[in-house]
Design a protein around this ligand. Structure first.
Ligand SMILES: Nc1nc2c(ncn2[C@@H]2O[C@H](COP(=O)(O)OP(=O)(O)OP(=O)(O)O)[C@@H](O)[C@H]2O)c(=O)[nH]1
Ligand SMILES: [Mg+2]
Length: 443
């Protein structure tokens, strides 16, 4: 799913992460690459430009936040904006205590019958007693198809011949309610050429049946055309949610999802294959993460937010102007620690070379040691490390339970860090930063 989008977005990100300097030019190129990818995925041009304009504006305005490089920020901003265009997260959770009716509508071949069976299975697994009603009086073999699928889901299917669709729908519901079922799913017909009469029929069924929710089933392969269908059905019925089908193997999935979301209707489920279990709840967060090819982007966003909260503006100003004190250095190490295991953070950022486990472990251990050293110092020493002579170093080493060599090593690293932070303003480069860290012997 989303192979093309994934490829395009990831290559845009990789390109940005490999850039020497992330300046306005690099950001604009990043944005252009994203535009191209989304347009290829059939996302509506207006939506694409709105999204990329926001990404660009935010990146130029927000610049890098303290402790976060502009590249990481770019990734998070893109993730957040992608999530937004896919709508809000909504769950369909019918009550278990009273009967709930779902009416499925949609044009011919959109996947209604398949979806009816998939939903039957989905809700059966969650403890509902489900009944399927075939209210398709148009399609030859409509009942046989639903019956075969219903058997797979182990759900009973109701059907009677020679009935009006609205008649069939209400009788079916009555039958299952009397049986004590609490979730009734009604499948309807779709007619290609007679869309007007189809909409009229759906309107009739809806008025008569008064379902708890009408779900519109949209074929994902139609891309942004989804919005036209959604609007037409919404005018004839009260579309309460959308199911986008056939997202497997279509390059237009991004278009269908964003177009459907743009109509204001909520996408509740997506279907990704012909098998009975190929259905999942729609989650904008998770899908944006998937499009960016990262499992735990949400986690990264939270971590970035956390880091933002903890960074003191004054400290950052001191650090980036090269006036870092040992207290600031200590805080920096603390924050790195708060972000979680270093290895995990590095893994979450695309385009970064993998650190060996041992290297990160070594680095983390060293940080602990250095923190102990700083704790063993007087406030004056922390503020002005220049006063440290050999007798003070000896005292500190003893106080921290380390060797004098360790203390000296920390002081060298601190001086290097100070310089690094000063330069970081200019480069904000993970790769270079890592190289320098490696070169400095810190890791
Ligand atoms: N690959 C794929 N095929 C699907 C998916 N959902 C449905 N299909 C296929 O699409 C075709 C049409 O599905 P149906 O469920 O019969 O569609 P319908 O809306 O009930 O069609 P009508 O009753 O004729 O209006 C079938 O061959 C399904 O197997 C999906 O998510 N992925
Ligand atoms: Mg059907």
């Amino acid at each position: 799913m989303f192979e093309k989008i994934k490829e395009g977005l990831q290559s845009a990100i990789k390109h940005l992460f490999e850039a020497e300097v992330v300046d306005e030019v690099a950001i604009k190129e990043f944005v252009r690459n994203i535009q191209r990818t989304l347009i290829q995925a059939d996302v509506n041009i207006k939506l694409v430009f709105e999204l990329t304009k926001k990404v660009e504006e935010r990146l130029l305005q927000e610049k890098g936040k303290p402790g976060i490089s502009l590249k990481e920020q770019a990734l998070v901003v893109l993730y957040e904006e992608l999530t937004k265009v896919m709508g809000t997260e909504t769950r369909l959770s019918p009550p278990l205590t009273s009967p709930y009716t779902i009416l499925l509508v949609g044009i011919q071949g959109s996947g209604k019958t398949t979806t009816a069976a998939k939903l039957a299975r989905y809700f059966t697994r969650r403890g509902y007693k489900v009944g399927l009603v075939c209210a398709d009086t148009f399609r030859a073999g409509a009942y046989d198809q639903l019956k075969a699928l219903g058997d797979k889901a182990q759900v009973e299917v109701f059907w009677q011949s020679n009935e009006k669709a609205e008649e069939l729908a209400t009788r079916g519901r009555e039958y299952f309610v009397n049986k004590g079922d609490n979730l009734i799913i009604v499948d309807t017909s779709g007619r290609h050429k007679e869309e007007k009469s189809l909409l009229e029929e759906m309107n009739r069924i809806e008025r008569r049946l008064a379902p708890d929710i009408t779900l519109l089933v949209l074929d994902g392969t139609i891309g942004q055309q989804a919005s036209v269908q959604a609007s037409a059905f919404n005018a004839a019925t009260r579309v309460g949610g959308i199911v986008v089908t056939k997202l497997d193997g279509t390059a237009k999935g991004g278009g269908a999802l964003t177009a459907a979301a743009a109509t204001g209707a909520k996408i509740l489920f997506v279907s990704t294959g012909e098998r009975i279990d190929d259905i999942e709840e729609f989650s904008p967060n998770r899908f944006a993460g998937r499009m960016l090819g990262m499992g735990d982007l949400k986690g990264l966003v939270e971590k970035v937010k956390m880091a933002e909260i903890q960074v003191d503006e004054n400290v950052m100003r001191r650090i980036s102007s090269g006036k870092m004190s040992l207290d600031d250095f200590y805080l920096q190490m603390e924050q790195l620690r708060n972000l979680g295991p270093l290895q995990k953070i590095v893994e979450m950022l695309p385009g970064l070379p993998k650190l060996e486990d041992e290297a990160t472990e070594k680095m983390e251990k060293r940080f602990e040691k250095w923190k102990a050293i700083i704790r063993a110092m007087t406030p004056e020493e922390r503020k002005e490390p220049g006063v440290l002579n050999s007798s003070r170093v000896r005292r500190i080493a003893r106080g921290a339970g380390v060797s004098e060599k360790d203390v000296k090593e920390m002081l060298v690293a601190f001086e290097q860090g100070k310089k690094l932070m000063k330069d970081a303003k200019k480069m904000r480069m993970n790769r270079q930063l890592l190289k320098q860290l490696k070169g400095s012997g810190l890791i």
